[in-house]
Design a protein around this ligand. Structure first.
Ligand code: ADP
Ligand code: MG
Length: 609
């Protein structure tokens, strides 16, 4: 007797549903995608109890006639592709013809739909995959799908659902994705009778981001534009360096309009941000890639979240480059933030402001230009900042003594003060400055790290980091894998100032190290460098390895948090910071500066609500 049977259609649908409909958020995703494909201008979503009890999606798209409405519930029935050839370049969000029958097989399902010119629409009710009612119905032109009691007939799957709150959050995230991806479409979400958002059709992506996340976020984004390569266009907005999140919830990437998850893209974002991102943090991106549809395969997974690229290296390069360029471009606006309020000297009586101002006659001890021995000559330009002198700390502001000579001196200072106005230093760590918006705080340690990092990187790229010969060369053994790694990266290690060469199988000799380091055990230092750099990832380019190593060592040499600096040093520190490519953050991605606006202060003081 034959043991193999064809599964009844309803069971086959339930099996397929397992892949397409994982949770309420997948229902929402599929329904919204259908609405978008149907040309909707407005999509209204309602959910109850995390979408488990009800999901309803109403659109004003093209609608369906009765035949199509019935057909849409059959498996593998779709209006979006006709042949295998069409699969090569899918231009719609859907194409598999699986969503509606899958959803209908695991819920109590109701579809009402009407075409624009039609006299009557159609209503279809399906329970657990079985069509129960077909009749005239349908209100306004468009389509409305109601999904009740999801997985009521699949208790095993229902058990895997999370709390209603978690499911709701997943749904919200899903709608955010679609709303960002399609800013011209209006969206609303009603959750358990509470209106969570109502997004009008937005003219631009910027408007949509503002409507969804607020103006504060938009102000911290930089627009990506440019054509880093002929076949791949990258556009959208990304967070300034220093802006990051603990989760990936705002790391959004769209490929040809489709929200996409891809390890390749995540890695490219990371590399693009590189030193601008804190460990364990994720960037904020609203990135749109446009690629010839023939170079992307979206038919990887039933949920269509993953994509494959025909030329992954080109995609990666394009993303990395546009992020780097955008972050560096964002510097200009950022520098502006340091500008002191120009109107201030005239608007405020001299006597009172000077109480708070740093005075030009701050004593500058001779040693102020002393260089830290281990920093020279690699970073001579900034060594003065590190040359801390115990006696020369910033004096506490003094009361003005209305001295004519002093006034003259101050007017000379004006040019500097117009650029940035230093008020003082808090807790020997935070430089307080004033700008038109209010208060600016600079973390002097983070700032100095950034300056040192870029200086050393420049040297590495130009002629290699200056090295210092060791008194005695050291030899050390490494396991075979590490040996291979060193062999492969010998030239970059040398550029990084490490004089290393092979000394027999599995053995290496070092005779010099970067001049800016003071290392007591070179062999141990090398092992650590190799471990660190290897963990930085195999896909990283050699220059990136150099950067990684500098970033890891720089920290130890940057101004310590509690090093008191004198005024000229601070001024130089700020100037040097403003000259950096990525001044916003230290090489580990921590911000160098934060702003507290006058508005925030006014709120805190209860002057404004
Ligand atoms: P796919 O989207 O992959 O084609 P679905 O099962 O999601 O498969 O939908 C089947 C078909 O039903 C679609 O191809 C489309 O023609 C039609 N359809 C589904 N939803 C809508 C809608 N909201 N408005 C108009 N037509 C729709
Ligand atoms: Mg679909």
């Amino acid at each position: 007797m034959s043991r193999i049977r064809l599964l009844p259609e309803a069971v086959a649908s339930q099996v397929a549903a397992g892949e397409v409909v994982e949770r309420p958020a997948s229902v929402v995703k599929e329904l919204i995608e259908n609405s978008i494909d149907a040309g909707a201008r407005k999509i209204d979503i309602l959910i109850r109890r995390g979408g488990i009890s009800l999901v309803r999606v109403v659109d004003d798209g093209c609608g369906m006639d009765r035949d199509d409405a019935l057909l849409s519930l059959e498996r593998h029935a779709t209006s979006k592709i006709r042949s295998a050839a069409d699969l090569q370049a899918v231009a719609t969000l859907g194409f598999r013809g699986e969503a509606l029958p899958s959803i209908a097989s695991v819920s109590r399902f109701r579809l009402t739909t009407r075409e624009a010119g039609a006299v009557a629409g159609t209503e279809i009710v399906v329970n657990g995959g079985k069509i129960d009612i077909v009749r005239d119905g349908g209100e306004a032109p468009g389509t409305q799908v109601e999904v009740r009691s999801l997985f009521y007939n699949l208790p095993a799957r229902r058990k895997f659902l999370r709390s209603e709150n978690t499911e709701s959050r997943n749904i919200e995230h899903q709608i955010h994705l679609q709303a960002i991806g399609h800013s011209r479409i209006g969206f609303s979400l009603l959750r358990d009778d509470r209106m969570l958002f109502q997004l009008p059709s937005a003219a631009t992506l910027g408007d949509r981001i503002r409507d969804l996340y607020g103006i504060e976020l938009l102000q911290r984004l930089v627009e990506v534009n440019g054509t880093p390569s002929r076949n791949i266009r990258v556009a959208g907005f990304i967070g300034q360096a220093g802006l990051s999140r603990q989760t990936r919830s705002q790391q959004l990437v769209f490929v040809n309009g489709r929200a996409t998850e891809s390890g390749l893209l995540t890695a490219a974002l990371r590399e693009g941000y590189h030193t601008a991102l804190m460990k364990g943090q994720y960037p904020v991106t609203f990135l749109f890639l446009k690629i010839d549809p023939g170079s992307v395969d979206v038919n990887v997974h039933p949920a269509k979240r993953e994509v494959r690229f025909r030329d992954p290296i080109a995609v990666r390069e394009a993303v990395v480059r546009s992020i780097q360029q955008t972050l560096e471009r964002g510097r200009v606006g950022w520098q502006e933030k340091f500008r002191s309020p120009l109107t201030r000297p005239a608007a405020v009586p001299e006597k009172r402001t000077s109480d708070l101002k740093l005075r030009p006659e701050i004593p500058v001890p001779e040693e102020s230009h002393r260089e830290l021995p281990h920093l020279a000559p690699a970073v001579a330009g900034i060594a003065t900042v590190a040359g801390v002198v115990e006696s020369g700390r910033l004096p506490t502001p003094r009361v003005d003594s209305t001295d004519d000579a002093l006034a003259a001196q101050r007017s000379q200072q004006l040019t500097v003060q117009q650029q940035f106005q230093i008020i003082g230093v808090l807790n020997k760590l935070y430089v307080l400055m004033e700008n038109a918006d209010g208060l600016v705080l600079v973390d002097q340690h983070a700032a100095h790290e950034r300056i040192l990092f870029e200086e050393l990187r420049r040297r590495m790229e130009e002629h290699g980091v200056p090295t210092q010969k060791l008194l005695l060369p050291h030899t050390f053994d490494v396991p075979p894998r590490d040996g291979d790694w060193i062999e492969r990266n010998l030239s970059i290690l040398q550029k990084m100032g490490i004089g290393i060469e092979s000394f027999g199988p599995g053995t290496f000799k070092i005779d010099s190290l970067p001049g800016f380091l003071s290392v007591s055990d070179p062999a141990q230092f090398m092992r650590k460098v190799i471990d660190d750099l290897k963990s930085a990832g195999s896909s990283t380019s050699p220059m990136r390895l150099g950067e990684e190593m500098i970033a890891k060592t720089v920290c130890r040499h940057a101004v310590k948090a509690n090093d008191p600096l004198r005024y000229p040093e601070i001024e130089k520190l700020i100037r040097d910071l403003l000259e950096c490519d990525l001044p916003y953050c230290c090489p580990h991605g921590r911000p160098t500066m934060i702003q507290i606006s006058l508005t925030e202060l006014e709120k805190k003081f209860g002057r404004k609500i």
